[in-house]
Design a protein around this ligand. Structure first.
Ligand SMILES: [Zn+2]
Length: 258
């Protein structure tokens, strides 16, 4: 079987003298491993395509017994020179790539994440994004797009409206309504009347940022400015949310399954 698909090179390694293996994020298939036999010598078939962080259209076949993928040829589409020239940006990208790899996407949901990653790289290529902001935004957006968007309108315990659009200012003068919290396990907000000791406290501003992340695209992200307190609060909630729903935790420079 042979197919042609747009893919981003996540990792590259050499084996034997002239052969190369690649971890590719294919737009419609998720992450696969493929081998480019003679890849380190063949300029004609793979010109500029066998580097990390290259976007290319690859023609991919399978070995005779169908045991592994074999790259036939590649056509370079984008090499992101602006990212390569900036070590700080490369570090941010590496974080995003590790996360994508750790999520272990199958065919389903791959396209959305592929588009998200590509838009993130395109944004970073030309604009600056804070090192403390990008992993938070990327992780939250990717997780929300996997069908895990949190419920930010109604309390996940009692069903009362709690969002900024809700009528809670008028419905109840009780200050308890204003104390919000986020239940990681139930995937949404808990109102102040429901006592959930496990829930993370969350101010209304942070709730609005989570709503905004749900609507935003990476091109919008450089506009977001957050106070350190809010950033920490959101970082804590997003990290716990990702750990609970995707089973991933950032430890010692990599994502681990928990
Ligand atoms: Zn409630």
């Amino acid at each position: 079987m042979e197919f042609t698909e747009k893919a981003l090179v996540l990792k590259v390694g050499r084996f034997r003298e002239n052969d190369v293996w690649l971890k590719l994020f294919c737009a419609g298939r998720g992450v696969i491993t493929a081998f480019a036999f003679g890849g380190s010598r063949s300029r004609r078939r793979f010109c500029g395509c066998l580097d990390q962080l290259v976007l290319a259209t690859f023609r991919i076949g399978t070995s005779r017994r169908g045991a592994y993928n074999v790259l036939q040829e590649g056509e370079l589409l984008q090499a992101f020179p602006g990212l390569r020239a900036d070590t700080r940006k490369i570090g941010l990208v590496a974080h995003c790539l590790k996360f994508v790899e750790a999520v272990q996407l199958g065919q389903e949901g791959a396209r959305q994440v592929f588009d998200l990653l590509l838009e993130t790289l395109t944004t970073l290529e030309t604009q600056a994004l804070g090192a403390e902001m990008l992993p938070l935004l990327f992780k939250a957006k990717l997780t929300f797009e996997q069908g895990l968007a949190p419920d930010l309108a109604l309390c996940v315990r009692c069903g009362r409206p709690v969002s900024s659009h809700g009528p809670w200012d008028h419905v109840c003068a009780d200050e308890d309504w204003r104390r919000l919290a986020f239940s990681v396990e139930r995937g949404g907000l808990v109102c102040g009347l429901c006592d959930d000791v496990q829930a993370e406290p969350l101010c209304l501003g942070s709730v609005r940022v989570l709503e905004w992340i749900g609507r935003s695209r990476p091109a919008d992200w450089p506009k977001l400015k957050l106070e350190p307190d809010m950033r920490r609060e959101l970082g804590r909630v997003v990290d716990r949310f990702v750990a609970w729903h995707l089973g991933l935790r950032w430890e010692n420079g990599t994502y681990r399954k928990i």
